[in-house]
Design a protein. Structure first.
Lengths: 221, 219, 271
């Protein structure tokens, strides 16, 4: 039917698997940045300072409605113009981290909003500080409510890491490109990349659902 | 910044035009795929449901970039040579269609069971039921998430620059490569995308939501 | 802003009331909920508030717990202003710091319990003592176990709220509030969300508290028999004001005002 060569697949598989490691590291690191920064953004959107709220809202809206790939280029190329040299890895992690932080801030916000008003009032009746209310009462309940969203965006980040290939991060797609142009064969590398993505993201999506159920049970919700 | 815009606005503008063209073509394809596969996923025939599920999971489980490369570089090996513009909107449309199919499925399931029963009670055929009773209500329910999906689609079109379609992203990269005025060119491109999403696409979707809600007497 | 200069910065004298509302007003937009309320509650007194829904009963408790701010007047707790503080020789609305200092005197139980669902019964009780009062975990545990014993929930101490019935949850909520050792306890319709057959287990706990502890208590309730049994005084609220108040025997046995009579007979008919 078409010219699929298994021996070529076996030959390139080790390189692809090695690159998969990089892809996973990139997704993991970007996600960690997004988790922390997203929470900061979500809390900043809830402060009493109207200007802070508006500025953060506008920023989140801006980042969410512009392409990640453009943001990656922006961070990678604009730094040097002002004398800040960022490695491809660093710019990639910043871009992905900030981009997904804006999505995660909405997830957190939904989670925080899902905590009933009575919980805030009970915390006030126990004379808690605002900090204690968030840390002890609200966030522990908001997180299980946000888990599905948080998990979906982890899979989302993973699937967006191929964009990092454009600034030379040696992840899966970058490696597949390299293999393809070295051997003038694109069928196997690109197909394998697709299969590797499927093999990771499908179980991951299932895992997210399992973890969510487990955490909710664990917390007595 | 101003001299920069004076010098390069024709290229940014033509890029924006291509971006909009890509967006429209991909949107039409995406909506069509969403409807077909969303309905197929609710089919009572196992094989139809299986095909729809496979399609949706494959396109949602892999990256748009990978799909784009595959369609552009691998399909020709099967004898299907397509130009980069077509490959671009096909990839974006097929990808968005997989996500849209889930929205269609969810929207249809959100229509109360009583509506199906009422449609049966007035002796409508299966096709009439779907077209006259269920889909219009499902459409109103799923329009808000479609607004977000359309923004994802617009952002997705930026990836077609990777197969050298001359869209806004592509023009920005070209200008950057020859001038190194990165902040200006990428900044301008970001703002154009933002204007398209926030001040053109979002109001359109809101308008559509209002129109549809009014048609259903919910406004 | 209303002129507060006529109101004292601190209540003094031989018998300073535990709680004192002075000309307190609360409105949501044009809707006046509490209209120029004056109410003193003495140390150790148990006062029930009854009245039709929308009469502002619950708002009285919520203002005392600082869940709602007041639009006029001042509330004093233990002689010191709660809703306001003295600044440059004037009463000004309290800031968060002042509120936190004053709230230590007050505990509250809610209609819908509002237990923290991610904590077990005993963790709910220990939360305030450990986090807010700074007690050691072992001290807090000891105190919480004592209180759970008191409300008859010691055998369920390691259960999460989702595993407890409404009556059980409310009893844990009472223990949680008591664990903060407040001087004043507020009970906001604590039996309204309960199935009829478990109301008794909650009211009995409160009866014991009244009998054995010298707490000042303020209750909003729809259980007229319960209010009659435990209260030193009953206030009938109507339209954001106290329409009539007196000893339980007086108010239930021989109401003076037409509205009180109407309300009481309507309530009796419902039973």
């Amino acid at each position: 039917m078409f010219d699929w060569r298994w021996e070529f697949v076996w030959q390139i598989l080790p390189r692809l698997i090695e690159a998969t490691g990089n892809t996973l590291i990139a997704a993991g690191a970007g996600y960690c940045i997004a988790l922390v920064l997203g929470l900061v953004l979500a809390l900043a959107q809830r402060t009493r300072h109207r200007w802070v709220n508006m500025a953060v809202n506008e920023f989140v809206e801006f980042v969410r409605s512009t392409p990640l790939i453009l943001q990656i280029f922006f961070i990678f190329y604009v730094g040097p113009q002002f004398g800040i040299l960022l490695s491809p890895w660093a710019s990639g992690m910043i871009a992905i981290g900030v981009h997904y932080a804006c999505y995660l801030s909405e997830v957190y916000r939904g989670g925080i909003d899902s905590v009933p008003k009575g919980q805030w009032e009970a915390a006030t009746a126990l004379n808690m500080t605002t900090m204690q209310k968030y840390r002890r009462v609200v966030i522990p309940q908001a997180i299980p409510a946000s888990l599905a969203g948080l998990g979906n965006y982890l899979v989302g980040i993973f699937k967006d890491t191929p964009m990092l290939s454009v600034i030379g991060v040696a992840e899966l797609l970058h490696t597949a490109n390299a293999i393809g142009s070295e051997n003038y064969r694109f069928l196997e590398p690109y197909t394998m990349v697709g299969i590797i993505f499927l093999a990771i993201s499908l179980p991951a999506a299932g895992l997210v659902r399992m973890v969510e159920g487990y955490v909710r049970r664990r917390m007595g919700l | 910044m101003l001299d920069f815009l004076v010098l390069y606005w024709p290229r940014l503008l033509s890029g924006t035009g291509i971006t909009i063209a890509q967006f429209l073509a991909a949107a039409v394809l995406g909506v069509a795929i969403s409807l077909v596969f969303g309905l197929a996923k609710l089919s009572s025939t196992l094989i139809v449901r299986g095909i729809a599920t496979t399609y949706i999971e494959v396109f949602r489980g892999t990256s748009l970039v990978v799909q784009l490369y595959w369609i552009f570089f691998v399909l020709p090996l099967f004898g299907l040579t397509i130009d980069n513009f077509t490959a671009g909107y096909i990839a974006v449309g097929m990808n968005i269609g997989a996500y849209g199919a889930e929205l269609v499925r969810g929207g249809i399931l959100s229509v109360p069971k009583g509506q199906w029963e009422a449609a049966v009670a007035v002796n409508m055929s299966g096709f009439q039921r779907m077209r006259r009773i269920i889909l219009p209500q499902a459409l109103v329910n799923m329009l808000p998430p479609w607004g977000n999906l359309m923004i994802e689609l617009l952002k997705g079109t930026a990836l077609v620059s990777l197969i050298s379609v001359g869209d806004l992203m592509f023009q920005a990269r070209q200008i950057n490569a020859s001038t190194f005025l990165s902040a200006q060119v990428f900044g301008a491109a970001l703002i154009i995308y933002y204007i398209l999403a926030r001040f053109m696409l979002t109001p359109c979707m809101r308008w559509l939501e209002r129109v549809m809600a009014r048609k259903l007497g919910r406004a | 802003m209303q002129d507060l200069s006529a109101l004292p910065h601190e209540l003094t004298g031989n018998t300073v009331p535990m709680i004192s509302f002075k000309s307190v007003r609360k409105a949501y937009g044009d809707l006046v909920v509490i209209n120029d309320l004056d109410l003193d509650i003495q140390v150790g007194e148990t006062v029930s508030i009854i009245g039709p829904s929308g009469s502002g009963k619950t708002t009285v408790l919520r203002m005392l717990m600082t869940l709602e701010d007041v639009n006029g007047g001042v509330i004093y707790v233990d002689g010191k202003p709660l809703t306001h503080m003295v600044k440059n020789g004037k009463l000004v609305p309290a800031n968060e710091r002042h509120l936190r200092k004053q709230r230590v005197n007050i505990g509250m139980c809610f209609q819908h319990f509002n237990l923290f669902p991610h904590m077990t019964a005993i963790e709910n009780c220990m939360e305030g003592p450990v986090q807010v009062l700074g007690l050691s975990k072992s001290e807090a545990r000891e105190r919480s176990e004592e209180l759970l014993e008191l409300v008859g929930m010691i055998d369920k101490k390691d259960q999460h709220p989702a595993r407890l019935s409404g009556g059980q949850q409310q009893r844990v909520a009472i223990a949680r509030a008591l664990a903060m050792r407040p001087k004043v306890m507020l009970f906001d319709e604590v039996t309204s969300a309960l199935d009829p057959e478990v109301i008794g287990e909650v009211t009995n706990v409160i009866r014991n508290l009244v009998a054995e502890h010298n707490l000042t208590m303020l209750l909003v309730t729809h259980q007229m028999g319960f209010a009659r049994d435990i209260s030193d005084r009953v206030c009938f609220f109507f339209g954001g004001k106290i329409e009539e108040q007196g000893s339980p025997d007086q108010l239930f046995g021989n109401p003076q005002r037409e509205r009180t009579r109407q309300f009481l007979s309507a309530v009796r008919e419902a039973i």
